[in-house]
Ligand binder design. Structure first.
Ligand code: SF4
Ligand code: SF4
Length: 370
């Protein structure tokens, strides 16, 4: 065997070993958390499950596993105290986060609203009094009314439903329930997608929240292509916090990832917001094998724009392939570390397989409620 092949094999073995070590912890970002994760005490993520139904879960990082998700046909509020949510709380109260084993946790790097929620009196007393059934509703709601999108990214989370996106929309009655029963008592509402400014259900929901709940903290996760159509001034007037994901810095890169030629439109919109002095936004650069060559340019772009916050996040399906590069960039741009953060994701195939192997054990525990 050639020397370089042996080196490659050793590198691969190290990579898989590291994967396994990460899998053995509940959360890859444990060290960054001030306390263990208590999401099931304050957060609910709602996303379309097909046929108009909703999938409700405590956390978007572990939502595709049977014991962590509830399929809701009606009465979305009941999911909050469903057997799955109660079981998670019971485990957490025993100091057991096994339902999250192998999840690739993404923690909001700039705003730390999670830490603040642990100080919320309702949340605090529920944890202190060891309550599984909560008398209050979720404080954070992440809702994707539709998976419809105007891009066609090769690395999309929802790539498996690429040709069936139209089926993944929440039915009107569930959106109405979310508005009437969950949003009034929530502190933060995050609208995600698909592309929220593309799907009519999402635009309708955003418009109704800003006019019916002007004091609500509302955030939208967007690809930035339609901000000008929604109206930059309208966004600013309504204090909508934007998380804009960009897929490259050059037009060619953009097209290679999204199959659309929208680079100039997206950066035109970002520039328009910067020129208006709008600071309630952050820009995520999705680092993938098709955009990796633009990663340094993105960091420079953030460095040049003093008011802008940026995040470099790798495509989780590609595992830790670019983590080394990310670490180097993190070091190079350490001078702007308060405005430029790095999120290391890993949902590569070996990791997904390991998790599949582990998962039935937890599903059995859930069925036995042990
Ligand atoms: S998977 Fe979600 S609920 Fe579990 S530890 Fe990670 S962030 Fe928290
Ligand atoms: S913009 Fe986002 S939702 Fe749309 S295809 Fe790309 S990754 Fe998927």
């Amino acid at each position: 065997m050639k020397k370089e092949n042996i080196t490659l094999a050793v590198e691969k073995a190290k990579f898989y070993l590291r994967d396994w070590q990460v899998l053995c912890r509940e959360c890859a970002y444990d060290k960054e958390k001030p306390a263990r994760c208590y999401r099931s005490f304050y957060s609910m993520t709602i996303t379309p499950a097909g046929a108009g139904y909703a999938l409700a879960t405590t956390c978007w990082n572990n939502m595709f596993y049977p014991e962590n998700k509830v399929i809701v046909r009606e009465d979305i509020k009941s999911a909050w105290n469903s057997p799955q949510f109660k079981f998670q709380r019971r485990l957490i109260l025993k100091g057991d986060w096994s339902f999250c084993k192998g999840a690739c946790c993404i923690i909001e790097p700039f705003f730390h609203y999670e830490n603040k929620l642990l100080e919320n009196p309702d949340v605090k007393s529920a944890i202190t009094d060891k309550k599984e059934v909560l008398p209050y509703g979720p404080k954070v709601i992440v809702v994707s009314p539709s998976h419809a999108c105007n891009n066609e990214c090769y690395c999309c989370y929802y790539v498996f439903m690429k040709n069936r996106r139209e089926q993944y929309r929440l039915k009107d009655s569930l959106i109405k329930e979310i508005e009437e029963t969950l949003i009034p008592s929530a502190e933060n509402v995050i609208i995600s997608g698909g592309e929220p400014f593309f799907a009519k259900e999402s635009i309708g929901l955003i418009n109704r929240i800003v006019s019916n709940h002007p004091d609500k903290k509302i955030a939208v996760n967007t690809n930035g292509t339609l901000l000008h159509e929604y109206g930059l001034d309208k966004i600013i007037r309504n204090n909508i916090f934007l998380t804009i994901t960009v897929y490259g810095m050059e037009a060619k890169t953009y097209e290679a990832v999204t199959k659309r030629n929208s680079r100039d439109i997206v950066f035109g919109n970002i520039q328009g917001l910067i020129e208006r002095g709008y600071e309630k936004m952050q820009v995520i650069f999705l680092l993938s094998e098709r955009s990796v060559k633009d990663s340094d340019k993105f960091c420079e772009f953030i460095a040049r724009n003093d008011s802008l916050k940026g995040i470099v996040r790798n495509n989780w399906y590609e595992g830790a392939k670019y983590w080394e590069l990310m670490r180097k960039l993190e070091e190079k741009y350490t001078g702007i570390s308060s405005r430029l953060k790095f999120q290391y994701q890993n949902v590569s195939l070996p990791r997904a397989i390991c998790r599949r192997l582990y998962n039935p054990i937890h599903t059995l525990r859930y069925l036995l409620r042990k």
